[in-house]
Structures are given as structure tokens and as C-alpha cells.
Design a protein around this ligand. Structure first.
Ligand code: ADP
Ligand code: TRP
Length: 322
């Protein structure tokens, strides 16, 4: 049995790019019988940038509701909120004292963030130590993440191995799993869909608002009657990712023959989204309207996670004389 672990940032409602690029592949991985997955909402990490309590609570709820709506199996796996397992903060202190300063000073993501953000706090600097502890606190074997997290994974391995070297085997040294063929979902302006570019499609929005997002997809000004090139069109690019093959072929034909406007294509995309994700949209809203149920599900996950965390933190305390 391999333990797969990954952290999900809670920065708002997951958009179509997050769903197709990260959530569905994660759920698929978690369904393999030989894997046990620990997926958690990284709400301690979010304090490096988000200071508002209500925003944090809402973000956690919308991320949790989305994962549950897409059927992440919380009986087979462990789904929890990072901050519910205090041991991670304790381990982070210990590991801070084993992390060479230059290693953190060389982190790309810190350099990048410290140039962009006004609030350059120490939490941002030691972020990789917290991330390492997220992983080694749970004896994780594999950590599926994007390539941008590779350096953090390497630091995790360094921190765990050097501790093991000094104190004898204590931590499992995890391996990163980098999916080379991750799909990049384009946004409404053709760039990569991202919260930071404000070009995302939020499939959980109420009908009218979702339709408005779809209608705002950027297209060129080819008149309705003229043939259009589907391969340069943002609407078609998104349609290809969500519609059935027959529907995609039909839209392609419509583009090529002319007399078919971008408005038609957007309406077709909207209808596919509404139809395809009807069950998930309903489940999402149920969770959002029943925060107590969400809390219960997260609590069950935290209870399961804590059992592992307490075992590992026990090993560390012992080795360090606490
Ligand atoms: P955002 O860019 O909206 O802030 P994040 O960086 O928080 O998104 O990404 C969360 C997860 O979703 C990551 O695993 C990332 O690889 C995936 N993801 C984000 N945007 C896309 C996209 N446009 N296409 C595919 N996957 C994406
Ligand atoms: N830093 C990761 C990101 O930005 C999120 C994260 C936090 C994480 N802790 C983790 C991912 C532990 C994997 C394992 O996406």
C-alpha cells in the first residue's frame, strides 16, 4: 500500500482548470486500490497571504465542497484541513532548526513571491519547511504535485534524509510524482486559466452568472456568416475539453461551413457545462448550504490523520529528548 499525499491551496472556488488539471486526476489516483490518499486543504499556508478569517473559512468550505462534489471518497481516503492537526506546527518548529538558512534563501518560489508581494513575512520564507512537515508527518511515499513544486519536494527529501542521517530512521523520504502530460486548460482569454488572470470559468456559479462568464470568452470579429477557424478559437478549445466527441465534431463542422456565430458556440458550451456537471453543481450547493455537514466530514478526516501524525511526532520527540 502506497501512501499518496498532497496539499490543496485554499484560494477560492476551484475553477474548471483546477478541476480538469488537478482535481479529477487526483481523484483518479486515489481510486486505485493499492493507494491510500491523504489530501488536505492547506489553510495554514494560506496565512502567508490571506489574513481575513471569514475569507479563510469560505475558501476552505468551497474547496472542500468541490472535492466532495466530484466524489472524492473520504471513506477509503483521508481528507482533512491542515490546521486541524496541530502536530504539523510543532514539527515545523523542530524542522526549522534542521533547515539550513541558505536552502530557504535559494527557493525560487520565495524569490518570486518576495518580489511580487507587499507583505514579505517570515512565514513566506519558511513555507517550504511547513510543506516538508505536511508530508513527513504522515509517512507519505508519493507526492503528486506540479513541476513548480519540485524544488519544495527536493527540500523535503533533504530535510528528512539529513534528520534520518543524524538520528537514525525516523521519516519516510517521499518521492515527488510529476505528471508530465498535465493538461493546460485555457482561460476565457486564451491564456492559461488562472485565478490570478481573472479568466476562469467557475462551474459552480448559478446559471445566469455561469452563462455570463461563458459569454465573456474572447473571440475574434469574424462575421456570423463567414467560416471560422476552430483551432484558434477559445470557445472551441474549451468545448473540446468538456463535450462529447460527436458534439465536438459537429461544432467543428459548423465553424468551417459558416453561418454559425460565436454566440451559438458559447451557448452550446454553456449547455454542455450545465448538463455535464449538473450533479456536481447540485452536490456543491448542498455542501455550501450545509456547512455543518462539511465540518463533520473534515473532522472525520482530521481524526484519521491525527492518528498517523501522533505516531510520527512521538518518534521525533523521543529522538530530540522532548
Ligand atoms: P490558479 O492559477 O488559479 O491560482 P493554482 O495555482 O492554485 O491555480 O492551481 C491549483 C492546481 O490546479 C494545480 O495543481 C495546478 O496545476 C492546477 N491548475 C491550475 N490552473 C490550471 C489550468 N489552467 N489547467 C490545468 N491545471 C491547472
Ligand atoms: N505548496 C503547494 C502548492 O502551492 C501546496 C502544498 C502545501 C502541498 N503543502 C503541501 C503540496 C504538501 C503537496 C504536499 O500547490
Amino acid at each position: 500500500m502506497a501512501r499518496i499525499l498532497t496539499g490543496i491551496q485554499s484560494t477560492g472556488t476551484p475553477h474548471l482548470g483546477n478541476i480538469l488539471g488537478a482535481m479529477l486526476p487526483g481523484i483518479k489516483l486515489s481510486e486505485q486500490p493499492e493507494n491510500e490518499s491523504f489530501f488536505f486543504i492547506a489553510d495554514l499556508h494560506s496565512l502567508t497571504t490571506i489574513k481575513d478569517a471569514e475569507v479563510r473559512r469560505q475558501n476552505v468550505r468551497s474547496v472542500a465542497a468541490a472535492w466532495l462534489a466530484f466524489g472524492f471518497d473520504t471513506d477509503k481516503n483521508v481528507f482533512y484541513r491542515q490546521s486541524d492537526v496541530n502536530e504539523v506546527a510543532e514539527l515545523t518548529w523542530y524542522m526549522n532548526c534542521f533547515t539550513p538558512y541558505p536552502m530557504l534563501a535559494n527557493a525560487h518560489s520565495f524569490k518570486d513571491k518576495s518580489e511580487r508581494l507587499a507583505d514579505v513575512n517570515a512565514g513566506l520564507f519558511t513555507y517550504p519547511v511547513l510543506m516538508a512537515c505536511d508530508i513527513i508527518l504522515y509517512d507519505a511515499n508519493f507526492v503528486p504535485v506540479g513541476k513548480d513544486q519540485q524544488q519544495h519536494l527536493e527540500m523535503t527529501r533533504d530535510i528528512a534524509s539529513s534528520f534520518n542521517h543524524q538520528y537514525g530512521d525516523t521519516f519516510v523520504v517521499p518521492e515527488g510524482l510529476y505528471d508530465e502530460q498535465v493538461m493546460v486548460v485555457p482561460g476565457t482569454d486564451g491564456q492559461k486559466m488562472s485565478k490570478s488572470y481573472n479568466n476562469f470559468i467557475d462551474i459552480f456559479l448559478p446559471d445566469k452568472k455561469l452563462r455570463k462568464q461563458v459569454m465573456a470568452i474572447v473571440t475574434d470579429s469574424t462575421p456570423l456568416e463567414e467560416p471560422k477557424d476552430p483551432d484558434v478559437c477559445n470557445v472551441y478549445a474549451l468545448y473540446k475539453l468538456v463535450a462529447k466527441d460527436g458534439q465536438v465534431a459537429e461544432m467543428r463542422e459548423n465553424y468551417l461551413k459558416g453561418g454559425y456565430g460565436y454566440g451559438h458556440a458559447k451557448q452550446a458550451l454553456y449547455e454542455v457545462l450545465i448538463g455535464k456537471y449538473a450533479a456536481e453543481r447540485e452536490a456543491y450547493n448542498n455542501f455550501i448550504n450545509n456547512p455543518d455537514e462539511l465540518e463533520d466530514r473534515l473532522k472525520v478526516g482530521a481524526d484519521k490523520a491525527r492518528v498517523v501524525a501522533q505516531d510520527v511526532i512521538g518518534r521525533v520527540r523521543e529522538k530530540l529528548g522532548y
